[in-house]
Design a protein around this ligand. Structure first.
Ligand code: PAF
Length: 282
């Protein structure tokens, strides 16, 4: 496995792979890898000749009061883990390498970014699209891999790929969970022992909402029951609990067949997100 830190080095590797007719799978990450990331890489390994994993804590997707500075980082540990799942190249640039100038050209996420995490984190998805577009150009992947945990992010990236004709396929990999249901996340390390005990209630609430909706077809009732579960079982503060169509992220109608139940909850100072995607026949 090679660790490359510059764009020039990455492009050399990509050029060589392309000239040898190799397919490329890209796994964009912000590092501090957990099993969710490793599952993305493992899937990419099965589908492609060359697997590139980017590890870059992207400053442009963090708000001024968010955790950019404290976001966990450990490149040495990440490299060891990435090697276990057969990653070929780690691309770990510095901020200066990725953003050598102040720029002035931005990509703006559209309607899909005005709700859910986009409403609480203004500009977040613009920053995600900025870095993801750069990573796509630099690594020229045939396929790029994202986790369903960031379902809104996946939907928005899919729209960018469609609207801007990126010649690649987006593959979404299911959420990897702890035994008690908590979605794996690099931010779980922030939780205190007590908060960690409360956190599984988030996934439980999504399951409660899904079951209620399938039984009664009542969106508001499903949301209320789910929110009550979070309020009863945690000391957390609900940022949002939404029930929308997926991937277009619109209100549910009688015609909706593909559903996203998504929530963000502050447990202590840690903002945790989780979701369930499900489908009905009618
Ligand atoms: O999902 C993430 O970890 C980040 O948003 C991504 C896609 C790597 C862009 O920085």
């Amino acid at each position: 496995m090679k660790v490359v830190k510059t764009i020039v080095e990455l492009k050399e590797q990509v050029k060589r792979a392309k000239s040898e007719g190799k397919s490329i799978g890209l796994v964009p990450t912000m590092g501090y890898l957990h099993e969710g990331h490793l599952t993305l890489a493992d899937t990419a390994r099965q589908d492609n000749d060359l697997v590139i994993m980017s590890i870059f804590v992207n400053p442009t997707q963090f708000g001024p009061n968010e955790d950019f500075e404290s976001y966990p980082r450990d490149l040495e540990r990440d490299c060891k883990l990435a090697e276990t799942v057969g990653v070929d190249i780690i691309f770990a640039p510095s901020v200066e390498e990725m953003y050598p100038t102040d720029g002035g050209i931005y990509i703006r996420a559209g309607r899909q970014a005005e709700i859910l995490c986009g409403a609480s984190r203004p500009g977040h998805f613009d920053g995600v699209l900025q870095v993801v577009a750069k990573l796509f150009h630099l690594s020229e992947p045939n396929r790029a891999y994202f986790g369903q945990k960031d379902a809104q992010q996946v939907a928005i990236i899919q729209t960018m790929v469609r609207d801007y004709n990126f010649p690649l396929e987006i593959r979404t990999v299911p959420i990897v969970r702890e035994v008690d249901g908590l979605a794996k996340s690099s931010r779980n390390v922030y939780l205190t022992e007590q908060e960690r005990k409360e956190a599984p209630a988030i996934f439980e609430s999504l399951q409660i909402a899904k079951e209620e909706y399938l039984a009664s077809r009542k969106v508001e009732k499903a949301k209320e029951l789910a929110k009550k579960h979070i309020e009863d079982k945690t000391t957390g503060k609900i940022d949002y609990f939404e029930f929308l169509s997926y991937p277009d992220l619109k209100p549910i109608t009688n015609e909706t067949r593909d559903f996203l139940l998504a929530t963000a909850v502050y447990i202590g100072k840690t903002r945790l997100i989780d979701n369930i995607i499900f489908h009905t026949k009618g």
